[in-house]
Design a protein around this ligand. Structure first.
Ligand SMILES: O=C(O)c1ccccc1NCC(=O)[C@H](O)[C@H](O)COP(=O)(O)O
Length: 227
């Protein structure tokens, strides 16, 4: 079970997560309470072991901006959090070619306030289009509320989503309201390729709680053994 901890702002949290065996770390360049600058992220990535993948989360659509930010920040992958844009993904692919682990991740959103059948149909279509494009390595299924589309802390209907995840031709990373207390159940139901968490392991926005990170990683991996 691939585990990514997102919304990082502090070196000590990243180092602790690596010591605990996390597979990837994420930094928010989009907007909101966990927003960081490329220069700040560089002060973190320059002190992390090079083998640990680091992702920048972007809602911006300008490839030049994303590539420049990625270069300055020293990150190794991109999470595109807006609507899928094949021309953006193609432009990013040049700098982030396919590797052994994901480097380009596209988010697909589960609208928690909309009808389940509509969500299933829409996400099936989006995941098929992503797989057909051949431009991204994985899809990250995250919750969208009327207020927010990332770091919501809100779960979606895992049973309804499981059918869609099962049919996906791309690896699916589950996100949205995952916590140490519910991640094993989410993994058993959804059977994702990986999981991603932000607010569920925080002491406050952008500040991680070491004990919750440890519990989360352990529970995610226990859930994956039981499925
Ligand atoms: O985390 C944010 O503040 C954020 C803001 C804008 C766009 C994306 C954002 N987060 C992206 C992530 O990858 C989160 O880890 C993911 O949404 C899960 O968040 P949570 O429900 O808090 O675990």
């Amino acid at each position: 079970m691939w585990v990514k901890i997102c919304g990082n702002t502090r070196l000590e949290d990243c180092q602790r997560a690596i010591d605990l065996g996390v597979d990837a770390l994420g930094f928010i360049f989009a907007h909101g309470k966990r927003l960081v600058t490329a220069e700040h992220v560089r002060t973190i990535t320059s002190l992390l072991p090079a083998h640990v993948p680091t992702f920048g989360v972007f809602t911006q659509r300008d490839p030049e901006f994303i590539l420049h930010t990625a270069e300055v920040a020293g990150i190794s992958g991109i999470q595109m959090h807006g609507v899928f844009d094949p021309s953006l993904a193609s432009a990013l692919r040049v700098r982030f070619p396919k590797g052994d682990s994901p480097r380009l991740i596209q988010v697909v959103h589960w609208d928690v306030d909309e009808a389940l059948e509509l969500q299933q149909a829409r996400l099936r279509g989006e995941l098929n289009a992503l797989a057909d494009s051949g431009l991204v390595d994985a899809a990250l299924m995250d919750s969208r509320t009327k207020q927010d589309s990332g770091g919501t802390g809100v779960t979606f209907d895992w049973i309804a989503a499981a059918e869609v995840v099962r049919e996906s031709r791309l690896p699916v990373i589950a996100a949205g309201g995952l916590r140490p207390e519910n991640v094993a159940e989410a993994v058993r139901i959804l059977k994702p390729w990986g999981v991603d968490v932000s607010s569920g392991v925080e002491a406050s926005p952008g500040v991680k709680d070491a004990e919750r990170m440890e519990q989360f990683i352990q529970a995610a991996r226990t859930g994956s053994l039981e499925r």
